[in-house]
Design a protein around this ligand. Structure first.
Ligand code: AMP
Ligand code: FE
Ligand code: FE
Ligand code: ZN
Length: 287
């Protein structure tokens, strides 16, 4: 099997189903030689996986997927730290985000109880730990028979437009880019097809914020979409990144590490070298 790289994956430290060491072992079995763990708003999955990587014969890249606000809509931003280092200030910033999440969860529990559901914060945190989020609340509502399915939990209660929604303090897109770059990282726009609005129109604004890269390769992209994002990246002098966005079989069925849905993903091998060189360029201040 030829070498595969996958720069977008989740562990159960955020909303994935595999423990960090299990994810590394699964990636190695699937032929992945360079894997980035990009958990939502936490580095703990990466930290816990680090020890398992050498035995699996795989190179682990430090990553994160930040939830940010761009023109009022939630927008995911990937951060990559190929030369990991201590990241002291960045970690401190991430802890601040986790406090904002906890604060939201306290208010969300109160709101859901007002709506008549018997749910506690402890129950939710037993599932999500440091990254407890709405998907965990949806799972509890489903388990207790309050909703028919996950979809209904979001549509009626948890979605931004639904009656159980409570506000969460989120960093702006520009702040996300700034903290990643200050820490010596590369900021890449995650799964750009999910950005609300016209990404092509937004490019000047995203570049002005200091964006370094676009996730052109993603398991949800068609061949045409990938090609368009590669062209867009080139036009704006950005790097490209890519990955499966693996969350585990129970969360996102059918997605495989390194190859996506039935082999629809193949991240070019030069992406990882460019990412490392990009770090050098970014810290030179030339980009
Ligand atoms: P949180 O970070 O707790 O605000 O939850 C955000 C996560 O909830 C997202 O990453 C999605 O996985 C999920 N989510 C948000 N909105 C919806 C929706 N309308 N339908 C299904 N899942 C959603
Ligand atoms: Fe996720
Ligand atoms: Fe995402
Ligand atoms: Zn993701």
């Amino acid at each position: 099997m030829s070498a595969l790289i996958d720069l977008h994956s989740h562990t159960n430290e955020s909303d994935g189903s595999l423990a960090p060491a299990e994810l590394v072992q699964q990636a190695a079995r699937d032929g992945v030689t360079v894997l980035a763990i990009t958990d939502h708003d936490t580095l703990s999955g990466y930290d816990l996986a680090l020890a398992a990587a050498p035995a699996a014969g795989l190179e682990l890249v430090c990553g994160i997927e930040l939830s940010t606000k761009l023109r009022g809509s939630s927008t995911h931003l990937l951060g990559y730290f190929p030369a990991a280092g201590e990241l002291t200030e960045f970690r401190q910033w991430v802890r601040g985000q986790q406090r904002a999440r906890k604060d939201r969860n306290i208010r969300l529990v109160a709101r859901l109880r007002e709506l008549g559901f018997s749910i506690t914060l402890d129950e939710a945190e037993a599932r999500g730990r440091g990254m407890t989020g709405r998907p965990h609340f949806a799972a509890i509502m489903l388990e207790k028979g309050y909703v028919r399915d996950y979809r209904q939990a979001f549509d009626e209660y948890l979605d931004e437009s639904a009656k159980g929604y409570v506000y969460r303090q989120e960093p702006t897109f520009a702040e996300g880019v700034e903290v990643i770059r200050k820490a010596g990282g590369i900021a890449s726009l995650a799964h750009p097809t999910r950005v609300r609005g016209d990404v092509v129109d937004m490019m000047p604004e995203l570049c002005a914020a200091g964006l370094n890269a676009i996730e052109a390769y993603h398991s949800d992209h068609t061949v045409d979409e990938t090609a368009q994002f590669v062209v867009l990246a080139r036009r704006y002098g950005l790097l490209v990144t890519g990955g499966s966005d693996y969350h585990g079989e129970s969360v996102k069925p059918g997605v495989r590490l390194g190859t996506g849905y039935e082999g629809n993903l193949r991240v070019p091998l030069d992406v990882i070298g460019n990412l490392r060189n990009g770090v050098a360029v970014a810290s030179d201040g030339r980009h």
